[in-house]
Write a protein that binds this ligand. Structure first.
Ligand code: TYM
Length: 437
């Protein structure tokens, strides 16, 4: 995520008006709101788009406000109960703890599952560096769980072309990073029989159906609309302006003819952090005109930077996060040195006043990675009361992350070139449902 120029409010309002005019009413979600991500007239509000996530609050983004602004829906208790009822399994901790907090049409996907109607999963990664940080794992861990629960095909897009456009990477370099990142993705445990991982550069030339869908989408979106949604300006290169259709096209089943043939009617479910939503608001808007169902979405919040939720976590800043390549020693040093603490200045004060879990990064990281709900609740109570000290809390996180990262590195080391080739080979994916027409 990098910085992006934001157009004036007038240009945005114009674009939104045009978008609304063009939009057919959504059957699946009548409350859909194609409003851009800009906090109009209020500099203090969070800013979230695919390149920039900014909040002034140490507690992180305001989830309720974002749901309202984006026009998505809250993942509430009845929805989680429905998920547990249809799968017969307890919800993943990301869902139990509200880390995945927003959705579009997930109800509808669950109803399809109940009725044995097909759908598939779609997610992705923009390969900008060879080491991913632990935050990047979040959507992939969720997606792996969903694949296990639903037993459906999964497509994973590596937008190496996006990184040439935004970061100036050569095609060769971007494709190399895509392959490196593929190792990390495979190490998350995806089932090769049900998973296709593809690089845009590579796949574009392999299946004309994919490029055909991109063109169909591009024909339905004007420059004015992408300006409004993404904040592109007159000096942005035309590649950026056309790119959103490339990220939209995997939401059309027929982009994967080996699995779906010419069938465009199979919908997908997209797990991602909420920064990617602008792409899919656009996708949902054009879907009826291109003749495919609107993709459903599950949105997560952001895994914060070590320095706190207001700071940017960046692959180019070593100290901003824990990377999947970090050694045990590095993990320890980084957490001890940089993890923002919600504790008090002295032990005496801490014992008396207690710590603040809402802003404490070690505690926040545990909410993502500690599986046991009771243990997490005990940590929260003990830290809040002052019984648990910052050093003790950090030690708990260090041990857990050292274990997770070491396990990941071991699995990644087992991913051979042949295994990568197999995941990236266009082929028919297995599914519990019949998908081809
Ligand atoms: P990228 O590479 O920026 O991010 C990959 C995925 O990780 C999520 N993410 C995070 N999740 C939690 N905490 C964080 N701090 C954090 N940072 C990033 C992103 O939301 C994303 O889900 N253009 C996309 C690649 C892409 C894609 C997709 C992503 C192509 N098709 C479909 C999601 C779904 C990108 O550059 O992601």
């Amino acid at each position: 995520m990098g910085d992006v120029a934001v157009e004036s409010n007038a240009a945005i309002s114009e674009a939104v008006a045009e978008l609304n005019m063009d939009s057919k009413p959504s059957v699946q979600d009548p409350t859909e709101n194609p409003t851009p991500n800009v906090a109009e007239d209020d500099d203090e509000e969070d800013f979230v788009d695919p390149w920039t996530v900014k909040t002034t609050s140490a507690r992180g983004i305001d989830k309720a406000k974002l749901i309202e602004r984006f026009g998505s829906s809250k993942i509430d208790q009845p929805l989680l109960e429905k998920l547990e009822a249809v799968t017969g399994k307890k919800c993943h901790r990301f869902l139990r703890r509200g880390l995945f907090f927003s959705h579009r049409d997930f109800n509808w996907i669950l109803s399809r599952y109940e009725k044995e109607e097909p759908f598939y999963l779609y997610t992705g990664r923009g390969p900008s560096s060879d080491s991913m940080h632990v935050g990047h794992l979040i959507p992939f861990v969720m997606t792996k769980w969903l694949q296990d629960m639903f037993d459906v095909p999964l497509v994973i897009q590596l937008t190496d072309d996006e990184k040439s456009l935004w970061k100036g990477l050569s095609r060769k370099e971007a494709m190399k990073l895509a392959r490196e990142n593929t190792k990390d993705i495979i190490a998350c445990g995806f089932d090769v029989d049900k998973t296709f991982i593809f690089s845009d550069y590579q796949y574009m030339g392999q299946r004309p159906e994919f490029y055909g869908n991109i063109i169909d989408i591009q024909r339905c979106v004007t420059f004015n609309q992408v300006k409004g949604i993404f904040g592109f300006g007159d000096s942005d290169c035309i590649g950026k302006i056309a790119f959103p259709a490339v990220q939209a096209a995997p939401a059309v089943a027929s982009s994967f003819p080996d699995t779906f043939g010419e069938n465009k009617s199979v919908p997908c479910l997209i797990p991602c952090a909420i920064d990617q939503d602008p792409y899919f608001r656009m996708t949902r808007d054009v879907a009826p005109r291109v003749g495919f169902p609107k993709p459903a979405l599950l949105h997560s919040t952001f895994f914060p930077a070590l320095q706190g939720a207001q700071c940017k976590m960046s692959a180019s800043d070593e100290t901003s996060s824990i990377f999947l390549t970090d050694t045990a020693k590095k993990i320890k040093t980084k957490i001890n040195k940089y993890a923002f603490s919600g504790g008090q200045a002295t032990v005496e004060e801490h014992r008396e006043i207690g710590g603040n879990c809402d802003v404490d990064i070690a505690y926040q990281y545990l909410t993502f990675f500690l599986e046991d709900d009771e243990e997490l609740e005990q940590v929260r109570q003990d830290y809040t009361s002052g019984k648990l000290l910052t050093g003790e809390l950090k030690a708990k996180l260090i041990g857990l992350l050292q274990e997770i990262v070491a396990d990941h590195q071991k699995l990644r080391a087992e991913v051979t070139e042949d295994v990568i080739d197999e995941f990236m080979r266009p082929r028919k994916l297995k599914s519990r449902f019949e998908t081809k027409k």
